[in-house]
Design a protein around this ligand. Structure first.
Ligand SMILES: *[C@@H]1O[C@H](CO)[C@@H](O)[C@H](O)[C@H]1NC(C)=O
Ligand SMILES: *[C@@H]1O[C@H](CO)[C@@H](O)[C@H](O)[C@H]1NC(C)=O
Ligand SMILES: *[C@@H]1O[C@H](CO)[C@@H](O)[C@H](O)[C@H]1NC(C)=O
Ligand SMILES: *[C@@H]1O[C@H](CO)[C@@H](O)[C@H](O)[C@H]1NC(C)=O
Ligand SMILES: [Zn+2]
Length: 543
């Protein structure tokens, strides 16, 4: 995930900075929702029948497991690993964490560590690098593209993504002595990159390695893309991989990248773990706001200085947040999908968003993390002004970072900003801007969704629901929109409330058992992707 600024912005709807704060709000929100519901029910009794009918309507059956049932059981390799393989898994991940593949900025990466990564994976995954049907290419010097040629060229290939680079980490505040030591403690591996995202880099390659050692050959072709500059925008890695695949005329059936997680005990009112799969990402604008004025001495100041004018403009932005758009974007899909899993009375509310939508929208805006789901957010991140205590400042400038809700565009947001500030003295310059990502299909007919549902059922039988989510941050997968309309963001790792404060901050860690599960997930996902889908285009997909 890309980190902007010093604090990582939360990404999933359920990502909240502090477990305690979250629990408190949830209780309050739940109580308030309940009160509001009672009030409504008292006055609008006629609606009750409709509401209950919607809440307790039969659920649609789970998707097409017969597709997989039809496959011969013998053909299928079980995701069980020997004690020696499990040790190998753990040690290979630890070795990868120890390589300090840090992205400090787009022009400052630890290229020594990035260069060391290739010989490292060559040694760790001998079967991957020697299989006759696998092609390995280095792209943009440090990124990697693997083409795994399936035996059936009729099947449209898919792609797995992960990134090698990590954000910086200083040892201050970590429970272990060094964030790059990959120290094992109480069943966890600690270190920068254990969740973002070397677990996926190594997990994908190791799952493939184990499949190959069991003489597996896929039916369906697939690609593995490992970017080396995701944390600073993906221009040198992911974008070059995309250009390469585009030049070969490749279209993908789906792309799976990092992003959301399996949330356990995090979604208020849902007991069983929820697998949240990101179907879109918010857009973003980074813009500089500048005011210049005549310099002069502070003994005879003008009425307004550049600092005062700019401050007022910025204050207006904070006082007039962008509109609450709950119900206008795909976030509503998540609530609709999860509705039957909520306990009473939230199930009634979530099943009837046609009625309670505005109410739910209001509650979601109460905490920063859920607020990020319902609107374009505005964050003033930098402010520079003033040169001397007795000099009228010749200029003041500030940087503002907007994260755009799925139902808005860059132009619409800029239009609102202009109208809100309404002051010609404030000049706005764009540093970077992109629209929200398209929303990937989410229904039981979509191949990727079928594969994810089946694989989650195989490996995480305790998961109660698989629901679409929204990524508030960005991933390398955003560069892949020309190769497929089906981009999904999901890290098959369980998150509990106590894990949230660690996320992307101090003490990033993964449990050894959790990592093994991730490898099992990919091991199964590759096999599950071998089925052919009736709706598949029957073109010949040359690689
Ligand atoms: C870069 O990576 C190398 C190899 O992992 C490491 O020895 C070195 O200290 C790192 N340098 C920085 C500035 O992180
Ligand atoms: C922002 O303001 C500071 C302080 O006045 C100045 O040094 C700097 O050059 C300005 N930067 C931009 C991009 O205008
Ligand atoms: C915006 O401001 C930042 C920080 O002052 C500066 O690094 C950047 O160059 C500026 N960009 C533009 C387009 O003015
Ligand atoms: C997708 O293709 C269009 C048209 O060729 C191009 O303008 C656009 O930049 C491409 N988008 C990405 C993210 O590569
Ligand atoms: Zn990442």
């Amino acid at each position: 995930m890309i980190r902007r600024g010093t604090r990582r912005s939360p990404r999933g709807p359920e990502r909240r900075p502090e477990g305690a704060k979250m629990a408190a709000l949830s209780g309050r929100a739940r109580g308030a929702l309940w009160v509001a519901l009672l009030a409504l029910c008292g006055t609008v009794l006629a609606l009750l029948a409709v509401v209950l009918a919607r809440t307790y309507a039969p659920r649609s059956p789970s998707p097409a497991p017969e597709l997989w049932a039809r496959r011969s059981r013998q053909q299928r390799l079980e995701p069980t690993f020997s004690p020696q393989e499990r040790r190998e898994l753990k040690e290979a991940l630890q070795g990868a964490i120890r390589m300090q593949t840090v992205s400090f900025s787009a022009n400052d990466q630890n290229t020594t560590a990035l260069a060391e990564f290739e010989p490292y994976i060559r040694k760790a995954f001998p079967a991957v690098f020697s299989a006759a049907f696998i092609k390995h290419e280095v792209i943009g010097e440090y990124s990697h593209l693997f083409t795994i040629q399936g035996s059936n060229a009729q099947l449209q290939p898919y792609m797995l993504l992960a990134h090698i680079d990590v954000v910086p980490a200083s040892p201050d505040g970590w429970d272990v002595s060094d964030p790059f030591s990959a120290e094992e403690r109480d069943g966890f591996i600690y270190g920068r990159g254990t969740l973002d995202n070397k677990n996926s880099v190594m997990g994908i390659l190791h799952a493939l390695e184990f499949l190959l050692r069991r003489n597996y050959r896929p039916h369906r072709s697939f690609y593995i893309g490992l970017g080396h500059d995701e944390e600073v925008g993906g221009r040198k890695g992911a974008m070059k991989i995309v250009a390469e695949l585009e030049s070969r005329g490749i279209q993908l059936s789906f792309v799976l990248d990092e992003g959301s997680f399996i949330f356990d005990g995090i979604v208020t009112g849902i007991e069983k773990p929820v697998a949240s799969i990101g179907i879109t990402e918010k857009g973003a604008i980074t813009a500089n706001f500048t005011v210049t004025s005549e310099p002069g001495h502070s003994s005879a100041p003008p009425k307004r200085t550049s600092i005062g004018i700019l401050s007022e403009a910025l204050a207006k932005l904070e006082q007039h947040p962008m509109p609450n758009l709950f119900g206008h974007g795909p976030e509503i899909l998540m609530f609709e999908q999860l509705a039957p899993d909520f306990s009473f009375p939230l199930n009634v509310i979530m099943s009837n968003l046609w009625l309670f939508g505005p109410l739910v929208g209001r509650f979601l805006e109460q905490t920063p993390t859920t607020n990020a789901l319902v609107r374009t957010t505005t964050a003033i991140t930098m402010f520079h002004a003033g040169v001397k205590s007795n000099v009228i400042p010749p200029s003041a400038n500030a940087t503002v970072n907007f994260r755009i809700h799925s139902s808005q565009t860059v132009d619409e947001v800029l239009g609102i900003v202009d109208k809100t500030i309404d002051d010609k003295r404030v000049k706005i310059e764009m540093e970077s801007a992109f629209d929200p990502l398209p929303v990937s299909p989410w229904d039981d007919q979509t191949f990727g969704v079928q594969v994810f549902r089946q694989t989650i059922q195989d490996v995480f039988p305790d998961v109660g629901s698989v629901a679409p989510g929204i990524c508030v941050g960005n991933t390398d997968s955003r560069h892949f929109v020309n190769l497929t309309n089906a981009i999904y963001r999901f890290n098959p790792v369980i998150f509990k409330p106590e894990d949230l404060p660690r996320f992307h901050g101090l003490n990033e860690r993964i449990s050894i058992e959790g990592y093994e599960k991730q490898v099992q997930f990919i091991f199964q996902l590759i096999q599950n992707s071998d089925i052919s889908q009736s709706t598949e285009p029957h073109a010949n997909h040359e690689l």
